[in-house]
Design a protein around this ligand. Structure first.
Ligand SMILES: Nc1ncnc2c1ncn2[C@@H]1O[C@H](COP(=O)(O)OP(=O)(O)O)[C@@H](O)[C@H]1O
Ligand SMILES: [Mg+2]
Length: 648
């Protein structure tokens, strides 16, 4: 009992400091009820809050989507007014509530920073920064549509529209032809950063709907206009061609054509006119209709056109500044850019009245006969005789006629001619040297190992005759421009741009042709998946492809001898080496070459920019070479076969 009693008394103590045994049970009950009600109230409030939030969110979503549809309708109303009148005013926007019109116009302009539009207040309106052009266009565009039945009137209007386009895009009109219901204007385009031919036609189709026969006619007209390329801009008079049946819609019909036909309808032309940068907008329209690979400006063979020539400022400066007083020899490996520089020097000198540049590609020249034939046909001159002396007389005669300027003879790929000349006591190059020394003319030669060797041979007329310029890789800045500028022009972005550019430069060592090749492969890669963004994974796919390693090996190693190849293989994983290290490495694989031959091989490896001299040591100049060769070649068997080739 004592225990119970103790227990009974202890409970109230814990609830209340009161020692009143009667009040305690009541208080407990009250508290329990209060707690229950409180919990219920909180739960109800929470539920209410959750429901309210959910409703609000649903409401907001409905509001947003209806707002968006409303905006799309308003945007289209503003665009229609702009397309029709060339400007937008409040009373043209009856579908937009009056109090919203001003704000809608402001938003329309703000969302189009690449269009040359201006929003003005008092009264609220949208204007074009250059309204006259649009006004003239709209007037003639409407007239063109209305006169499709009358060839003569249409032709006059088409000519005005064509010259307006040329004026806006910086094109020069060269020729005009009418064929059936087609009116073609051949234009010369400035150097666009796209592979678009420098001359192409703008063709107006005097029709409102089309058939496959029209595409045939376009092809015929292009033949009549002597167009060697397949590119043309076709003008479709429709403002809303999408309303036409697909079989009558020009944009659909050209898809089946093998030609790269770009269709510009009323909508496209207006887009072009209102653009801040007309050329950029044209590129955008072109890219929306053809494959990236069709217009990608990257060039991987032959000299680069002006718009894809990057870097080489020092070389160009040196030659153009000094060529009046001395001759030059440009030497370098395969596809390093010799012809590109020579062609650029030719262009630069042609623009200077005090020079008479004469360019000759000696690629197909193997002896005197082919050389003199090339001189006669390419320069359109009479040679006094088909001999070195005949060439001498030709130049001295020209020099006496062309007073007031210096004749500069630019000879590309002279290696084969030099080899032939060597067999004939170098008579021709002795004449070249004499002509230069007697100041009748100057020479700029381009070549590879033969030219390189003769420049260093004391018994050669080339010894101490020319200033030689060794062409190697581009500077990083120029390589970066090759990668970025054409990509930007095509609207292609690079994920993690800096790393990607850096990786490309590393892989290519800034070899101009390898950079262009990589970029072209990247374009093919993204084009395949319909993307406009290059990622590291794309570069990885190019880097690990067999096409890339084959191309790389061919460009860097294509003209190397077996001994040169062997030496470069032996240097992989070696770090800096001296000449005697190289001799020792060769001996280890059983090759006992003459020191003279080893030295020549090293000189040529430097000419090809595979290795370079660093003090007394040789190191790889081509940073990508060791990895690419290791990853793509069966090293032991390649070594074996090279050793056997040398032994023979
Ligand atoms: N200055 C340059 N800028 C951009 N690319 C170049 C330049 N020079 C050369 N290339 C690239 O190298 C390729 C070969 O150029 P080319 O002048 O024919 O070289 P080479 O005459 O030395 O064989 C070109 O098609 C182009 O891809
Ligand atoms: Mg060349």
């Amino acid at each position: 009992m004592h225990t119970l009693g103790t227990s009974h008394n202890s409970a109230p103590d814990t609830l209340s400091p009161s020692t009143d045994g009667f009040l305690s049970p009541l208080l407990t009950d009250l508290l329990t009820w209060q707690t229950a009600i409180l919990i219920l109230a909180i739960t109800a409030a929470l539920l209410f809050l959750i429901l309210l939030l959910a409703r609000l969110r649903r409401g907001a979503a409905t509001w947003t989507s209806s707002e968006e549809t409303r905006w799309a309708a308003w945007e289209s109303a503003i665009r229609q007014a702009l397309w029709l009148h060339g400007r937008v005013e409040e009373d043209m926007l009856l579908d937009i509530p009056l109090k919203e019109r001003s704000e809608a116009m402001r938003r329309f302009v703000e969302e189009r920073p690449n269009d040359d539009l201006v929003f003005r207040l008092d009264p609220p309106r949208i204007e074009l920064a250059a309204p006259k052009r649009m006004k003239t266009f709209l007037r003639h565009w409407k007239a063109a549509w209305e006169t499709v039945e009358s060839e003569a009137t249409f032709q006059t209007i088409a000519a005005i529209l064509a010259s307006q386009l040329c004026d806006m895009l910086g094109f020069t009109m060269l020729d005009a032809r009418t064929y059936r219901h087609l009116h073609g204007y051949v234009v010369k385009a400035p150097a666009l950063r796209l592979r678009v031919p420098p001359r192409f036609p703008i063709i107006f189709l005097r029709k409102r709907e089309f058939s496959p026969d029209d595409i045939n006619d376009v092809r015929n007209l292009m033949n009549i206009l002597n167009m060697t390329s397949y590119f043309a801009l076709l003008i479709d008079l429709n403002d809303r061609p999408s309303q036409l049946d697909k079989r009558k819609n020009l944009k659909y019909l050209v898809r089946g054509a093998i030609h790269d036909l770009i269709v510009l309808d009323g909508n496209d032309l207006r887009q072009l006119i209102i653009a801040r940068d007309h050329e950029r907008r044209l590129i955008k329209i072109i890219l929306s209709q053809v494959d990236l690979t069709v217009v990608s400006p990257y060039v991987t063979s032959g000299p680069v056109p002006e718009n894809m020539f990057f870097g080489r400022d020092n070389e160009l400066k040196t030659i153009t500044r000094k060529v009046k007083d001395c001759s030059f020899a440009l030497i370098g490996g395969r596809k390093i850019g010799k012809t590109s520089i020579l062609a650029k020097v030719y262009r630069l000198l042609s623009e200077t009245p005090t020079y008479f540049p004469m360019y000759l590609d000696c690629q197909a020249v193997t002896d005197y006969d082919t050389f003199f034939e090339a001189v006669k046909s390419m320069w359109e001159v009479e040679l006094p005789s088909q001999s070195p002396d005949g060439f001498r007389r030709l130049i001295t005669r020209q020099a006496s006629e062309w007073t007031g300027g210096t004749i500069i003879v630019l000879l590309d790929e002279v290696d084969a001619l030099l080899s032939y000349d060597l067999l004939a006591q170098e008579k021709l190059f002795r004449v070249f040297r004499a002509l230069s020394q007697e100041q009748y003319c100057r020479f700029v030669f381009c070549g590879e190992r033969m030219l390189h060797a003769r420049l260093h041979a004391p018994d050669s007329p080339l010894f101490n005759f020319c200033d030689s310029i060794h062409l190697s890789y581009l500077e990083e800045q120029a390589a970066r421009r090759i990668i970025l500028e054409p990509m930007q022009a095509m609207g292609i972005s690079l994920a993690d741009q800096d790393t990607l550019v850096h990786e490309i430069m590393d892989l290519s060592s800034c070899h101009p042709n390898i950079v262009q090749y990589i970029c072209q492969r990247l374009i093919i890669q993204i084009n395949r998946r319909g993307s406009r963004r290059i990622t590291m994974a794309d570069l990885e796919a190019v880097r690990t492809s067999s096409q890339f390693s084959e191309y790389f090996t061919e460009v860097t190693w294509g003209n190397a001898s077996a001994l040169e190849k062997l030496i470069s293989l032996l240097l992989i994983d070696q770090g800096p080496v001296t000449l005697s290290d190289i001799e020792a490495l060769l001996t280890q694989v059983g090759v006992h070459a003459l020191q003279m031959d080893i030295e020549e091989a090293i000189r040529d490896l430097m000419l090809y920019s595979i290795i370079r001299k660093d003090g007394q040591h040789y190191v790889f100049a081509n940073r990508g070479f060791p990895q690419i060769i290791k990853a793509s070649q069966d090293m032991p068997s390649l070594l074996d076969s090279l050793v056997r080739q040398i032994a023979v």
